[in-house]
Structure formats: structure tokens, C-alpha cells
Design a protein around this ligand. Structure first.
Ligand code: SF4
Length: 374
């Protein structure tokens, strides 16, 4: 199993909380970007030992792409890679970009899943974090995306001034829409973002940690009661609708990331990161398309083990103890089991004969448990 991720680094306007790599879309060099993405894809196709099973176009805001460039990108990728075994093709969209033309264009290109950043169904909450859409716009966009048959929505909790009732209203509205998949994250106050600056000026305030934990717990209870499976700490799916692409990250499977700021993993121990710089990226592929643009990192045994724990324990299934033993040896396993025992005794870890996984109680304090196991 392997996947391809494409990073589209343009957004209409930066959201106040965002620290992903993206820049303003005004005068975006779409044609040059697609040329560079296809040149990079061609030069790195051999890195994927198997035909891709998932394709994910994210960003940034891929739904801003002009239709002709989107078609050119997808048909170029299909010419470079054997996409006959593709099981999932996801494109991220922003509500304000969705119209029937965009949905038809996605369906014609073979997109099987849309992932839409709604974040909140409250207009005042959306304004507080600098999102451009309204709740009504998101609901209308969701209705149009239904044509694809598989829609994921993103929510954020712990927004400035949000209380538990308002968060419950958000979750209830998400349930009313009944998407196949819901991702929900706590708002991050990243250093250097405008939101963090507003907080330092006293113009936005963070919700208390206990309230944020209550929101997370409420979300989990409401979604599970409605038939969603919490298959990863922040991700919920109706049966049969887990994100295959994101699941491959948590399972340590290989993926090829193309575009400025994109990351790749060979599934063994080599990570590759493209510098987050659109100008350097496009100039590089215009000048020397056969040469790699990425920076490479080969993980040490310790890094590999930490990453294994960090990713596998996020999932509902955790990992088989026999697999950990085979990969990392007897002593690291002994250390792991010793560190895991108090959490297992307290009901936060499930420790079966051949499996370690977080319990529901453990999911609520996963960061602490995972760092204890390192
Ligand atoms: S649309 Fe997404 S990627 Fe773009 S600025 Fe907002 S949060 Fe960041």
C-alpha cells in the first residue's frame, strides 16, 4: 500500500490561526506550479515501489485551482503513475469555493472523497479565527458535495469565547449533516500567527484546559452515540469510511509528497521534506527537473521507535506486541511493557497478550501516556 500527497500552497487569505505553508493566491502562478508538480512527480515516480492506493490533494486550498489546471494536474498524475488500483482520491475544499461547477469537475476527475474545512457552524466563531465562509455557506457547500458520496468535515474546538453549549451545538449540527467522516482538533495557538498576536494584545482568549478537555470528551460521546467510530484520536468515521490515506500515515506505510512543503516517507526509515518555498520550488523544477529538491533525514533506531509509538498509539487498534518485538528487539519491548504497566492498571491502556492500545479513558490523556512510553 502506498499513497501520494500533493501540496497546493495557495489560499485566498491566511486564516488567523494557520501555520501551514501557504501564501496568498492573488496572481498565483498556477501553470508554473502544475508544471513543477508534474516534473517532480515524473522525477520521483520510482520512489513508490507499488502503484498508489490513495491520492490526496491538500494544502493550502486546492479548491482554488482553476479548472483547466486541476484537470491538467490530475491527468498528468494518471499518466505518470499506475492509478488503476486507486482506492481513494481526496481533495480538500473550502466552503466558499464550492459550487456545482467545482463538484462536477471533481467528479469527472475521479475524486471519490471531499474534505471540507468547516471548523464551526457559528458565524461569530468563524470570524474570530479569520475564516471567510459563513455557516450557511458551509451547509450549502456540504449539500453540493454530497454528489461525491463521501464527505469529511473538519471542526475545531476551543475557539475563542466558545463555551460547552456552543460546542455541543456545533457537534449537533455536524451530526444533522451526517457526513461519512469528521475530524476535530483543538485550536492550536501557534507562535507567530496573527491569532497568537491578538491573544498577546488581550483581543482573543484561550479556553481553559479543563474546558477544552470537556469539549473533546463531549465530542467523543456524541459522535460515538451517533454511530461514528473514533478510529484515531481526532478522527471519527461511519463504518467503512475511515480515511485510507491518513490511516497509511499512522500505519507507517510509504507515501510520496509532492509540492513545496510536502513530506514523504519510504516506509522504512527515510523521511524527505521539500522546502516550503514556492519560488525556489518552481525555479528548481524549471532548471533541473531531474534533480531532487528535498532534504533527507534517515531516522535513528530511537527516532524510529518514538515515531512508531506516536503514530500507532493514536489509532484505535494500537499495535501488536510481536511486531514491536520484531522491529525493535527484546530490551526496548521490556522497557515499553514496564512503562505501560501503570497505565494498564489504571485502565488507560489495553494490554492484551499481543496488543497494546489506548482505552477510551487513555485517548483523553494520550499525550501523557505516549510520552511516558518513549
Ligand atoms: S484555508 Fe486552511 S491552509 Fe489556508 S490559511 Fe486557512 S487554515 Fe491555513
Amino acid at each position: 500500500m502506498s499513497g501520494i500527497y500533493i501540496h497546493i500552497p495557495f489560499c485566498r487569505k491566511k486564516c488567523l490561526y494557520c501555520d501551514f505553508y501557504s501564501i496568498g493566491a492573488r496572481n498565483a502562478p498556477w501553470n508554473t506550479l502544475v508544471d513543477s508538480l508534474l516534473a517532480e512527480a515524473y522525477s520521483r515516480a520510482a520512489e513508490l515501489a507499488r502503484p498508489p492506493r490513495t491520492l490526496y490533494i491538500g494544502g493550502g486550498t486546492p479548491s482554488l485551482m482553476p479548472a483547466d489546471q486541476f484537470r491538467r494536474l490530475v491527468s498528468g498524475l494518471r499518466a505518470i503513475f499506475d492509478c488503476t488500483r486507486l482506492e481513494e482520491f481526496t481533495v480538500e475544499v473550502n466552503p466558499e469555493d464550492v459550487d456545482t461547477g467545482l463538484v462536477d469537475q471533481m467528479a469527472e476527475a475521479g475524486v471519490s472523497r471531499a474534505s471540507m474545512g468547516i471548523q464551526s457552524f457559528s458565524d461569530s466563531e468563524l470570524r474570530a479565527i479569520g475564516r471567510r465562509h459563513t455557516a450557511a455557506c458551509a451547509i450549502e457547500a456540504y449539500g453540493l458535495l454530497r454528489k461525491l458520496g463521501n464527505v469529511s468535515i473538519d471542526l475545531i474546538f476551543g475557539l475563542p469565547d466558545q463555551d460547552i453549549d456552543r460546542w455541543q451545538d456545533n457537534v449537533a449540527e455536524a451530526l444533522r449533516l451526517h457526513p461519512e467522516h469528521i475530524s476535530a482538533y483543538s485550536l492550536m495557538w501557534e507562535p507567530g500567527t496573527p491569532l497568537e498576536l491578538l491573544r498577546s494584545q488581550g483581543r482573543r482568549s484561550e479556553v481553559p484546559e479543563e474546558l477544552s478537555a470537556e469539549m473533546f470528551a463531549t465530542l467523543s460521546v456524541m459522535l460515538r452515540a451517533a454511530g461514528y467510530e473514533q478510529y484515531e484520536i481526532s478522527n471519527y468515521a461511519l463504518p467503512g469510511y475511515r480515511s485510507r490515506h491518513n490511516s497509511s500515515y499512522w500505519q507507517g506505510l510509504p507515501y510520496l509528497g509532492l509540492g513545496p512543503g510536502a513530506h514523504s516517507y519510504d516506509g522504512v526509515r527515510t523521511r524527505r521534506a521539500n522546502p516550503a518555498d514556492i519560488l525556489r520550488y518552481t525555479r528548481h523544477f524549471a532548471a533541473i527537473p531531474a534533480n531532487p529538491f528535498y532534504e533527507e533525514e534517515v531516522l535513528t533506531d530511537d527516532e524510529l521507535r518514538e515515531e512508531y509509538l506516536l503514530t500507532r498509539l493514536r489509532t484505535r487498534e494500537g499495535f501488536p506486541i510481536s511486531e514491536f518485538l520484531a522491529r525493535f528487539g527484546r530490551q526496548p519491548l521490556q522497557n515499553l511493557l514496564t512503562a505501560a504497566r501503570p497505565h494498564a492498571d489504571a485502565g488507560r491502556l489495553r494490554l492484551d497478550s499481543d496488543r497494546i492500545a489506548l482505552t477510551q479513558a487513555g485517548i483523553m490523556v494520550s499525550d501523557t501516556i505516549i510520552s511516558d512510553l518513549f
